[in-house]
Design a protein around this ligand. Structure first.
Ligand code: GLN
Length: 300
């Protein structure tokens, strides 16, 4: 295995770390740049712009430790304490699932739905949204940032996750419009909402990537034997938590569309249920559009 020379330049340290991370990561060079940037207190752009610079000894020590942890499959986002999601930077640590790029689609669909809702409710008060299992708060915060007239309830069972979400709410200055609630699924919700979004735990633990399973919170990942337990509970409780005409957007695993769609039809027999694919063409979101009640439709 390559050894790191004494007093290495940035170029040499990156080459060494990239070789070290080959087996542990699919993006060893990128990881090396992000970790060295973190150790230096620099952005990645500056790291790659200063390849001939020699690294101070204290920084090198920190960098070696970060590389060792990454070799143990710890996510880069936990090592740097940050992750970009929907163009916003979030604080993350091991108390929350690292935001995933595919979840950005849930936010996009929610924003699209919200603009349609506003067009058909031009004089209504704020759009009321609930994000169930908010984790880092990335979905709730992205929605609040992009929907200045919305109010968001961000719910999580984990007090640690709520602490992380609280920091992200403060960082993005949406504390006035995002309310954190601690509890199980919809239990803490004080009243029905117009839009319910969730990226619930849906994995089958035995089937996922080792690094994810070992380092990310089980509570955020474990969907039970078939990965469907949380959808079952959430969908059973959802009809009472939605206004007539409300919608629900659920992130799903690529093989779960048929099962989740069937559960959604049982919970909402008259709703429209649609499956949407992510950029890789995999089933990723189930969208449930409930009907406006006859009385509400008449008064529109
Ligand atoms: N997409 C995540 C993964 O595959 C799982 C997220 C979840 O269970 N909600 O690791």
């Amino acid at each position: 295995m390559a050894t790191l020379p004494a007093n290495p330049t940035i170029a040499a340290a990156l080459a060494w770390a990239t070789a070290q991370l080959q087996g542990a990561s699919e993006t060893p060079r990128l990881d090396a740049e992000l970790l060295l940037g973190h150790a230096l207190g620099w952005g990645r752009a500056r790291v790659v712009a200063e390849l001939p610079s020699v690294i101070p000894a204290a920084v090198l020590h920190t960098f070696r430790e970060l590389v060792a942890r990454r070799m143990d499959h710890e996510p880069v986002a936990y090592l740097t304490g940050r992750k970009e999601f929907f163009g916003l930077e979030f604080f993350v640590d091991r108390r929350v699932l690292v935001p995933r790029p595919e979840t950005e689609m849930l936010v996009e669909l929610a924003l699209e739905w919200a603009s349609g809702w506003r067009r058909s409710h031009p004089t209504a008060g704020p759009l009321i949204i609930a994000d169930v299992g908010t984790g880092s708060g990335c979905i709730a915060v992205a929605l609040a940032v992009h929907l200045p007239d919305a109010r968001v309830y961000a719910i999580d069972l984990s007090p640690g996750a709520l602490d992380v979400a609280q920091q992200n709410i403060a960082r993005h200055a949406v504390a006035g419009r995002v309310t954190l609630l601690q509890g199980d699924l919809l239990a803490p919700l004080p009243h029905p909402v117009d839009l319910l979004v969730s990226n619930p735990p849906y994995t089958i633990l035995a089937e996922i990537d080792e690094g994810v399973r070992r380092h990310e919170p089980r509570l955020a990942l474990d969907g039970g034997m078939a990965g469907l337990d949380v959808y079952r509970h959430l969908l059973a409780a959802a009809p009472a938590a939605l206004h007539p005409g409300a919608a629900m957007l659920l992130e799903i695993g690529a093989t779960q569309a048929a099962a989740v769609t069937a559960m959604a039809r049982t919970a909402f027999p008259t709703a429209q249920v649609i499956v949407r694919q992510d950029l890789a063409g995999r089933d990723r979101v189930v969208m449930i559009q409930t009907r406006v009640s006859a009385a509400a439709a008449a008064s529109l």
